[in-house]
Design a binder for this molecule. Structure first.
Ligand code: ADP
Length: 263
């Protein structure tokens, strides 16, 4: 599911319904709980060590489950060490700066997990699909993004990027569910229905972003996301593996503990 740097992504080849080795949600329950426990342990270490920040970028079509992924995968970690940033339509002030200005400010500090719900990738997705900037402007952004992410990773930030891959028919079901449930009306927006008409243009824009910006230092992961439970498992597993590879250790005491007397 990790996109090989330099490879050309065709989303047709990825099954949004895939559930890996699991035949049912029930089978995946225990492994997911184990992963969430391990994630809590690793986050504590990350915080204690205060050496790396972990930046998790979530992108996907409307209703692909960005909010739900955050809610589930982060359910076991301490809120003290997590920062979530949702990127909306840029403000006038943001638009008066380079497109990475607002993003750089939101990068997690060392010790923290930062989650981007949407990100600088919108500047080569919605901007491209709706001609919000000329082609010659957004065309150069892929290289700029790669350089920017390289700078971050050279400065102690680990980057994981997830594309939550749902099918067009699954999106229809999810939009219908929003219409049928008063507790979800607030999530329903006519613009989601309008954006749906651009599905194949978005898909092409996503394929380009995934192909051009999956790098050794900041890889993209394509997550089958029609089944929410499998999506959560894949994201949790990728984060856990990445943090485990850091081989973090708790810092030694800052004072000679044998001399401490607590009366
Ligand atoms: P969400 O759909 O993420 O839950 P909203 O309904 O507020 O939240 O949508 C945020 C909107 O902001 C999306 O339509 C997204 O395309 C748009 N957006 C984010 N970044 C940019 C950007 N750089 N330029 C233009 N639009 C953007």
């Amino acid at each position: 599911m990790r996109v090989k740097p330099g490879s050309k992504v065709s989303l047709k080849k990825y099954d949004a319904n895939d559930t890996g080795p699991y035949a049912s949600q029930q089978q995946a329950e225990k492994p997911l709980l184990k992963l969430l426990d391990e994630l809590a342990r690793l986050q504590n270490l990350l915080y204690a060590q205060n050496k790396h920040g972990l930046l998790i970028i979530l992108q996907g079509m409307d209703t692909s489950g960005k909010d739900g992924t955050i809610r589930h995968v982060m359910s076991s970690v301490s809120p003290l060490g997590v920062e979530v940033k949702a990127f909306k339509v840029p403000t006038e002030e943001e638009l008066a700066h380079d497109f990475l200005w607002r993003v750089h400010k939101a990068v997690p500090r060392h010790g923290f997990i930062g989650i981007f719900n949407r990100s600088h990738y919108e500047d080569v997705l919605v901007v491209r699909v709706h001609d919000l900037a000329p082609r010659k402007v957004w065309k150069t952004r892929y290289d700029q993004i790669n350089s920017f992410e390289r700078i971050l990773t050279k400065n102690g930030v680990i980057i994981l990027k997830f594309f939550l891959h749902i099918s067009k028919s699954e999106q229809r079901e999810r939009l219908k569910q929003r219409l049928a449930d008063p507790t979800r009306y607030w999530k329903f927006s006519l613009s989601d229905v309008e954006e749906r008409q651009y599905w194949s243009i978005y898909r092409k824009a996503y394929e380009d972003a995934l192909s051009k910006c999956s790098t050794k230092w900041a890889p993209w992961h394509i997550v089958p996301a029609n089944q929410k439970w499998y999506r959560n498992l894949v994201v949790a597993e990728t984060i856990v593996k990445t943090l485990q590879e850091l081989k973090m250790e708790y810092p030694p005491p800052s004072v000679d503990l044998s001399k401490v007397v607590i009366e």
